[in-house]
Design a protein around this ligand. Structure first.
Ligand SMILES: [Zn+2]
Length: 143
């Protein structure tokens, strides 16, 4: 059921209007005063992109492809960018990685790094996607 926020010119309030279906969205009335002079407000909910979505949008293979045969500077730039976006949310160490690359990370270590990060990201994905709704299986995991 779609919910939209409107600014009502009649009562000067920001109101939420519920619609029974998307096809009925066209002619909203203010639930407070019944006025029809409503301006669609940009929903905060829609703007706050969830961390889960952000993680989902990482195309890791593509990101790794960009690193193929790249030098340290390119690698550190990449790691720094990823760190700014994801370190806080995922608990990853892209920031550290960037620093290591700056001080001369062995290129062969990148493969390990990539594997570790991919692991962390997929774990984070699971965590965020299983966050909503109760999961039946509280598995005995961990080693
Ligand atoms: Zn109103």
């Amino acid at each position: 059921m779609p919910i939209y926020q409107y600014d009502c010119a009649g009562c000067q309030k920001r109101v939420e209007v519920f619609f029974r279906s998307v096809s009925r969205v066209s002619d909203p009335a203010c639930p407070e005063c019944g006025g029809r002079d409503l301006t669609r407000a940009v929903s905060r909910i829609a703007r706050a992109r969830s961390v889960g979505e952000a993680i989902d949008s990482i195309d890791f293979n593509q990101e790794l492809g960009r690193l193929e045969g790249k030098d340290e500077r390119a690698f550190s730039r990449w790691a720094r960018r990823m760190g700014e976006q994801y370190d806080g949310a995922l608990g990853t160490d892209f920031g550290d990685l960037a620093a290591q690359a700056d001080s001369g990370l062995d290129p062969s270590a990148r493969a390990d790094v990539a594997f570790t990060l991919q692991n962390k990201i997929s774990r984070a994905k699971e965590r965020f996607t299983s966050d909503s709704g109760d999961s039946g299986d509280a598995g005995a995991g961990g080693g």
